[in-house]
Design a protein around this ligand. Structure first.
Ligand SMILES: [Zn+2]
Length: 251
């Protein structure tokens, strides 16, 4: 019956110690087995679902053994994914916001005047008849305002210092899903205003990154030397962004 349609997908339940100590009962996790024209077995994890891709010829026993051998790996990845999901920014009452490298608690405050205040470990969103949707728009407006006040003049100032101010046609602020900054050879610089949630050193690195492209349109050694002459700790900032950027995105 190898290759029969009925065998294309099989669901197996594996038991893992997710989010619990060794004394806790093991949690059942569904593991989907997908057969196709491939040569090796591989594991994928997405949205707390485990998928095993395997060749048509692999027996159920082989697949089970493969899952068993990778048990610890599956468990680690699922936990890691849960952690990332937990850290994803949600603008809601009592939620956490990672602001300028500190974790603050979101507080909704009733008031006629719309404003955002940072007080101690609180990120206070004040507005009239606030709800999650309104609060989100307020946070967006706040970050866009901050970005136009901070990023645009600093990018222009740096461009002037480097003697490339005439090359910049426009500086745009835009929320994009995957990028912090972007530029074109036509002199259009673009920054993601979500970066205003990061510390100023990180924002300055991003400003530097795009402005330096007005001199070198690549990531060559000369380019990085130039970035380093303005922003000596840039390697550290790149690492910091990689480790924390998932905490800034919100829909
Ligand atoms: Zn670049």
């Amino acid at each position: 019956m190898q290759g029969n349609k009925a065998q294309m997908a099989r669901t197996k339940i594996v038991h893992l110690n997710i989010g619990a100590g060794s004394k806790q009962p093991r949690q059942p996790i569904h593991c989907e087995v997908l057969r196709s024209k491939r040569k090796t077995l591989a594991l994928y994890i997405k949205q707390q679902k485990v998928v095993v891709r395997c060749p048509w010829g692999a027996s159920n026993a082989e697949v089970d053994e493969f899952i068993e051998n990778n048990h610890a790996w599956i468990q680690e990845r699922l936990l890691e994914e849960l952690q990332l999901e937990r850290e994803t920014l949600k603008i809601e009452k009592g939620g956490k916001i990672f602001y300028r490298a500190r974790e603050l608690t979101i507080v909704f405050k009733e008031g006629r005047k719309q404003r955002i205040l940072i007080n101690g470990d609180k990120f206070i969103i004040q507005g009239y008849k606030l709800n999650a949707a309104k609060a989100r728009v307020q946070v967006e407006d706040y970050l866009i305002d901050k970005a136009s006040e901070y990023i645009i003049p600093r990018a222009r100032g740096l461009a002037k210092y480097l003697g490339v101010d005439r090359k910049i046609k426009e500086i745009k602020l835009r929320k994009t899903k995957s990028k912090w900054g972007h530029c074109t050879s036509q002199g259009i610089l673009q920054y993601n205003w979500l970066i205003m949630l990061a510390p100023y050193s990180i924002i300055d690195y991003m400003i530097t990154h795009e402005v330096c492209h007005m001199i070198h349109m690549d990531h060559s050694r000369q380019y990085w030397n130039l970035v380093g002459s303005i922003c000596p700790d840039y390697v550290h900032y790149i690492d910091w962004l990689k480790a924390h950027e998932h905490r800034f995105w919100f829909d």
